[in-house]
Design a protein around this ligand. Structure first.
Ligand code: NAP
Length: 333
């Protein structure tokens, strides 16, 4: 089969002919129709991720058709149109993942290929209203942000929600979930155009985080927030404490702009704030996310679709954060 292979830290991703994956008894083979990128793929290509191995087939997100089913897997999956939950071995605790938890696309070979093997338990029916490209965009960012906003952030109708860096794959999903849930949503972005696009999707307003006084502008616009979803951290993170309403949940799952700066602890305890880390999500979170997509007929925002052969070009696009939504790869020309 054809696959995109990462051969070494300093080499671009290349399209190669490789062995089709050998399936275990409880596994299925999915013929990938479309795959999507996450910033994780970019971090791996620049060597900034734990446990990188070479060669690797990256890709955590994929949608396709089940082409083979292992002896112990449910035969009803054969020929079904599916998406794959990339969060493997979550374990029994809803609150946190097992020690042997892993993410599809490293260490296991991922979806940037014609075929991927996974355990049948990670299959979910593709929402019927979505194209292959839209469905492929859903799994990793959809799961992470759904858990961040609802399971951890406890967002509910009428809450005022702030999403930082709305233009990314996770940012656009958080916006869609929050708008569909009836929250009042404000955003930050490094681009005025992206703020406008977010407003067209239901955001009330937004500010550019590159402005010196972005937090003060937001305070004037919105007052304070009940839930803040952040994936940037960096120097701006301490401003979130001033933007938080008493009892606010500040949830984060990434550090695109750096680490957590020194914080004024008094603000945190006086305002009864919760600062919550989260990663990926449980099988229950994934199921709830897919149900929510079907119920609200949510269509993921796809920024651009590349051919699989152009995967390296697609990953490079992430470097400059010019995308609005997900970057998708399709396996056919
Ligand atoms: N722990 C997990 O389970 C998990 C899951 C998914 C993602 N992540 C992490 O979450 C982050 C976002 O992932 P992604 O896939 O959405 O990445 P992405 O599509 O590359 O988006 C990154 C976004 O970060 C925003 N950004 C950059 N600098 C910023 C700053 N100083 N302040 C605020 N926002 C800033 C930009 O938003 P604008 O374009 O609007 O300027 C950019 O589009 C990454 O660090 C990723 O590794 C973690």
């Amino acid at each position: 089969m054809k696959a995109i292979v990462l051969e070494a830290a300093d080499k671009p991703l290349v399209l190669k002919e490789v062995e089709k994956p050998a399936m275990g008894a409880d596994e299925v083979l999915v013929q990938i129709k479309a795959a999507a990128l996450n910033r994780r793929d970019y971090w791996i290509t620049i060597g900034k991720y734990a446990g990188i191995k070479y060669p690797s087939i990256l890709g955590s997100d994929g949608a396709g058709i089940v082409s083979e089913v292992g002896d112990n897997a449910n035969k009803q999956w054969l020929n079904k149109e599916v998406i794959i939950n990339p969060c493997h071995n979550w374990g029994p605790n809803a609150g946190y993942q097992n020690r042997d938890f892993s993410i599809l696309g490293l260490p296991e070979n991922g979806t940037l290929a014609e075929y991927v093997k996974v355990k049948a338990e990670y299959l979910y029916l593709k929402p019927a209203h979505l194209s292959w490209e839209q469905a492929a965009a859903l799994p990793l960012a959809g799961l992470t942000t759904f858990r961040a906003l609802f399971t951890k952030g406890k967002a509910k109708k009428g809450d005022k929600v702030l999403i930082t860096g709305v233009g990314g794959g996770t940012g656009t999903f958080t916006l869609q979930w929050a708008v569909a849930a009836g929250c009042r949503v404000f955003v930050t972005s490094g681009s005025g155009d992206k703020i406008e696009m977010a407003k067209q999707m239901g955001a009330s307003a937004g500010v550019n985080y590159k402005a010196q006084d972005w937090a003060e502008q937001l305070k004037l616009m919105a007052g304070g927030f009940d839930v803040i979803i952040d994936s940037a951290l960096g120097d701006g993170f301490d401003k979130l404490l001033d933007l938080a309403n008493p009892g606010c949940r500040i949830v984060f799952f990434g550090g695109t702009a750096g680490n957590i700066p020194p914080l004024n602890g008094r603000k945190i305890f006086w305002k009864q704030l919760q600062i919550l880390g989260t990663t990926m999500g449980s099988p229950d979170d994934f199921k709830a996310m897919v149900d929510f997509v079907n119920e609200h007929q949510i269509v993921p925002v796809v920024d651009e679709v590349f051919l699989l052969a152009d995967a390296d070009k697609a990953v490079r696009k992430m470097e400059h954060s010019t995308q609005f939504g997900k970057i998708v790869l399709k396996t056919w020309s």
